[in-house]
Design a binder for this molecule. Structure first.
Ligand code: SAH
Length: 267
């Protein structure tokens, strides 16, 4: 990438956590950026790709507090670009999967700022995979429905009938709402015996998985004190975990140092 005199913004996906899942393009852009604006859930080793003198601005939630307002993030991105800077807006997973990347792209479009979207590895498939769950599997599931348990004010309740019929259901931001979610799915007709799993911090060093039938997944997750980020997977594919034991036992990238970004850069 040649340094432009006119500022621009790259909306970049950082992957689900494991720094080895960053794309080459993301790493290159980070190494060129004047300003990096990032959310929570970005592995520290990912930020090590940035230039030593780059401005690193954090706009995520601080310990369960308020996050920076979305409009303020738009204003920040536009202002940095107008100063002539190359801005990397770094988001967990993929920018267009529940990442508000679309809102930021619309704001940049409206402001006439040049921008690009650099896809990332979404937790959608990567996090179940890290827990030994293939989200599709011949004979078990030929489709995946993904949705968020979190709704913004006025967006209405999820269509539980629709979600209950999914072959594989992957639910984002499920952490705080497992009880209601499992209950709503069963009330809408999903069998209480359906295999389910909650994956906390998938692909991170501290990944944890709780597996149980839908009827008891919320209780088990509560008992294990599962926190955020967490993904709920519901469907027959979850039962494959017991047969993919070497994958299920593989802890995370922490045990595979060669897959990690070398500390401090390229040496
Ligand atoms: N753009 C992201 C999703 C952002 S929404 C992506 O493509 O992955 C944030 C939600 O994503 C979290 O609440 C959680 O449900 C899920 N998530 C993201 N990273 C995760 C991880 N490493 N482990 C478990 N869930 C994760």
């Amino acid at each position: 990438m040649s340094r432009r005199t006119k500022g621009c913004v790259y909306l970049v996906g950082a992957g689900p956590g494991d720094p080895g899942l960053l794309t080459l393009r993301a790493a290159r852009l980070l190494a060129e950026a004047d300003t990096v604006v990032h959310d929570r859930l970005i592995h520290p080793a990912v930020l090590e790709h940035a230039r030593p003198h780059a401005r690193i601005l954090y706009v995520g939630k601080e310990g369960g507090g308020e996050s920076v307002r979305q409009e303020d993030i738009h204003t920040l991105l536009i202002a940095q670009a107008r100063l002539g800077r190359t801005v990397v807006r770094l988001k967990g997973g993929d920018p267009f999967v529940f990442g508000r990347g679309g809102e930021e792209a619309l704001a940049l479009e409206a402001a006439g700022i040049p921008y690009e979207v650099v896809p990332g590895v979404s937790s959608l498939a990567a996090v179940p995979a890290a827990a030994a769950i293939p989200i599709t599997h011949r004979g078990l599931s030929g489709s995946v429905t993904f949705a968020t348990a979190h709704r913004t004010e006025g967006a209405g309740a999820p269509d539980w009938q629709h979600l209950a019929r999914a072959e594989t259901l992957v639910l984002f931001m499920a952490g705080g709402r497992l009880e209601e979610t499992a209950h709503a799915l069963m009330s809408a007709g999903r069998a209480p015996t359906t295999p389910a799993a909650v994956v906390e911090a998938g692909t991170w060093e501290h990944q944890r998985v709780v597996e149980a039938p839908l009827s008891s997944i919320a209780g088990q997750a509560r008992e294990a004190d599962v926190g955020s980020p967490a993904l709920l997977v519901v469907g027959a594919v979850v039962s494959l975990r017991s047969q993919l034991r070497s994958l299920a036992m593989r802890p995370t990238a922490a045990d595979f140092p060669l897959l990690q970004v070398a500390e401090g850069g390229h040496e």
